[in-house]
Design a protein around this ligand. Sequence first.
Ligand code: AMP
Ligand code: MG
Length: 279
Amino acid sequence: MAIPTETVYGLSALARDEMAIRRVYEVKGRPPSHPLIVHFADADGAREWAGRWSQRAEVLAERFWPGPLTLIVERADFVPDAVTGGRSTVALRVPDHPLTSQLLRIVGDGLAAPSANRFGRVSPTTAAHVRDDLGDDVDYILDGGSCDIGLESTIVDCSVDPPQILRPGGIATEDVAAVVQKLAATSGPSRAPGMLSSHYAPRCRVILVEPGTPPGEPSTGRTRTLDANADPIIFAREMYTELRRADQDGIDTVVIELPPARGIGTAIRDRLSKAAANR
Ligand code: AMP
Ligand code: MG
């Protein structure tokens, strides 16, 4: 079953049900080395899945849940290897979406949910995107409208000291750092499994220009220009829809003016650099 969240749509399965988890990997074509995020109605539910719940995890959960923040913590013994890729840690999140919060309360346990698209492609931010991508491979789509944030959660590894941001996302890095003073810089190769340099990729070519640089027009093919700098929050919401639209419209090249690397701009730059690494 596909579920809406404030970030992107997820393809969900009961996180304790190994058969259901395996089916999710199969439908997505996702390598088993990419562990899943488990979603809960509230922090109490999430805490049960942690083997150790540190003070910094508590502070971050308190400040940002429900919301687009995923915490990596040591896992409880019962957490299936299928969810964690055999790791000693598990990824936990409390999403902020009325329909999915209600569903999670009814389920009363964790739902593992990677984005509801085929592996490596653009994430879905509407129910129609999910149907376009997965067709009959998804039995039911809970239609919660367009996702409000439009790109994935910020992932913070709380199993290390100081905590480390593994993926920029819906919560600004600066806001996480303000809560966890000693947060490690995100320089160097990320330690997160499944962080590929090419991901979130449309079929068209993506060319990125720095803020304030007039986008030069490539001379061949059908080109479209997008401005991610004018209003990064609104751009994030529409970003995956725009990349899909470019493919549908047969555009060869999309030229995008980047926002500066602050706030949601850091996550936009991360996703677009992966979309641009496509070829
Ligand atoms: P998503 O693709 O949005 O479902 O996010 C899943 C990503 O979360 C994975 O590709 C990993 O990078 C990260 N992740 C999930 N579980 C773990 C874990 N136990 N340790 C480190 N990173 C994790
Ligand atoms: Mg994904």
